[in-house]
Design a protein around this ligand. Structure first.
Ligand code: URA
Length: 214
């Protein structure tokens, strides 16, 4: 597994305000949206391109365009929905599938209650949107589903990650056994999880802060 912590001053600045308990929902949404776009820049670095020749108003020029089938963006319900606009802004041609997972707050085990994905993802890059990589239980189920359907690679964009979650994904999908590259792009790796499975210091419940408590 490849992990990238995008430690850019703009990202660090926005993340600090995002974490702040005094940041209200409208600002939280806007900051999450902006952070995803900045992380998406790094998360799409590996996408294949092919050469093209175009005409500028002045001369013929060689350039590139994205190659291969469009990437599949997979926001994980509910909080991943708050990351979708920030992602499609950068990749407007991408398809969007959905996975809904809920974790049992006692056992912390994640189970899928909705999967809206094409049966066949062969040759397609998948980009998973899930703001908090905590225990890694949710991301494990999502990655396994995408690999089983033939994804060429899986890149998870997470606003924050915990060492426990990263270790779980690395152990579950060892490079020597998994035939597709697995990547995690995040704005920061925090210290640890607390006894309720929340990231410390984290930012609280990302879904509640984006959409309000339900
Ligand atoms: N999900 C969240 O929303 N926050 C955490 O800290 C962990 C999981």
């Amino acid at each position: 597994m490849y992990t990238l912590v995008a430690d850019h001053p703009l990202i660090a600045h926005k993340l600090t305000t995002l974490r702040d308990v005094r940041t209200p929902t409208p600002e939280f949404r806007r900051l999450a949206d902006e952070l995803v776009t900045l992380l998406a820049y790094e998360a799409t670095r590996h996408l294949p391109v092919e050469p093209v020749v175009i005409e500028t108003p002045v001369a013929t020029a060689e350039g590139v365009k994205l190659a291969g089938p469009p990437a599949m963006i997979v926001p994980v319900l509910r909080a991943g929905i708050g990351m979708l606009d920030g992602m499609t802004r950068l990749l407007p041609a991408a398809a969007v599938g959905f996975m809904g997972l809920a974790r049992d707050e006692d056992t912390l085990v994640a189970t899928a209650y909705a999967v809206r994905l094409p049966a066949d993802l062969i040759g397609r890059e998948a980009i998973v949107l899930d703001p908090m990589l905590a225990t890694g239980g949710t991301l494990e189920v999502v990655i396994r589903t995408l690999i089983d359907r033939g994804a060429a690679g899986v890149t998870a964009i997470c606003l924050l990650a915990a060492p426990e979650g990263l270790a779980r994904i690395a152990a579950t999908f060892p490079e020597e056994e998994v035939r597709v590259p697995i990547r995690v792009v995040t704005a920061a790796i925090d210290a640890r999880l607390n006894e309720r499975g929340y990231i410390v210091p984290g930012l609280g419940d990302a879904g509640d802060r984006l959409f309000g408590a339900v």
